[in-house]
Design a protein around this ligand. Structure first.
Ligand code: ATP
Ligand code: MG
Length: 287
């Protein structure tokens, strides 16, 4: 498949306000069981880090007049610490009864919490790294802005109560309205044909970067300015070394094809497979 790598970038290179700025939280874009996505306005000039929430803030933002504003989407993951972990703790704690046991136990808990925070950090880092790689590879994704480190807040009993980290990227949409997910968009057949082709280019570009999205569907694609923008790289895997890559790629293509078929076009999984050069990518022959 011939891939045009000279597409217009989604964002100008200088889209992000730098130098002196301050930031305001405009509101929550999405709050789910595992993550939260909020909209941040970065306003040129002034002091940094004002945090005003909700409606009030958006009123403030829109009266800024000539000041340059960049809109940032911040995705934070909710803590997984101690999820499904209690039973294991109780079992081991039996061994530390008796004199001095409590102190030893406290130490263990502290270390374990730190270990989990570390694990959590690497798991979040995965999505952040994938976003960066794909961005560099020219895949249409929100330009990455920065990582938010996991913060630990330990209570008196040394139980970690919160460990939320995440990352920031460009907000996709016309603030404060986020671009719809493709799943919520109804496309006319000729438009569907065009977007399906664009999606195959995105998949092909990902494969060239040796990555499989792994959770691709119309739910993880935003539709903005007539272009599909890929998000949510938590399941992204390496195309050659990951043993599940083939199945994941197949599922990605199938789910997307199903969406486009519902839009009334004959999106064929087998033809898509050929067009993105899936077999050669899976064999590591695309480089
Ligand atoms: N860069 C962005 N710009 C605008 N909206 C975004 C952006 N990133 C995420 N969102 C919004 O937040 C939602 C959730 O993002 P994402 O899919 O990355 O998280 P998730 O944890 O998988 O949530 P879900 O389970 O809803 O898919 C998206 O469907 C989209 O509406
Ligand atoms: Mg998602």
């Amino acid at each position: 498949m011939s891939i045009s790598t000279t597409r217009t970038p989604l964002f100008a290179a200088d889209w992000l306000v730098d130098g002196e700025y301050r930031e305001e939280t405009v509101g929550m874009l999405k709050s789910g069981k595992e993550s939260e996505v909020s909209l941040i306005a970065r306003i040129a000039g002034g002091r940094t880090s004002d945090n005003i929430g909700g409606r009030e803030a958006s009123a403030v933002v829109y009266s800024r007049g000539e000041r340059r504003v960049s809109y940032i989407a911040e995705k934070r993951f909710k803590s997984r610490l101690f999820r499904g972990f209690q039973g294991d703790t109780a079992y081991r704690e039996d061994r530390y009864r008796g004199p001095g046991g409590a102190r030893v136990l406290r130490g263990i808990r502290r270390k374990r919490a730190a270990g989990h925070a570390l694990l959590e950090g690497s798991w979040m880092g995965h999505e952040w790294e994938a976003l960066n790689e794909l961005y560099e590879a020219g895949v249409t994704v929100p330009p990455p802005v920065g990582r938010i480190e996991v913060t630990e807040r330990a209570s008196r009993t040394t139980r970690v109560e919160a460990a939320e980290g995440g990352y920031r990227m460009a907000f996709i949409g016309d603030a404060p309205v986020a671009a719809p997910r493709l799943s919520a968009v109804r496309l006319a057949p000729d438009e569907a044909e065009r977007v399906w082709r664009l999606m195959l280019v995105e998949i092909a570009l990902m494969l060239r970067a040796e990555r499989v999205h792994g959770d691709l569907s119309a739910y993880n694609v935003l539709y903005w300015r007539e272009r599909p923008v890929l998000i949510d790289f938590s399941q992204t895997v390496h195309v050659v070394t990951h043993t599940g890559a083939r199945q994941l790629l197949r599922r990605d293509v199938e789910r997307l094809a199903a969406y486009f078929q519902r839009q009334g076009i004959a999106a064929s999984v087998d033809r898509a497979w050929d067009r993105v050069d899936a077999e050669r990518a899976l064999d590591g022959r695309l480089r």
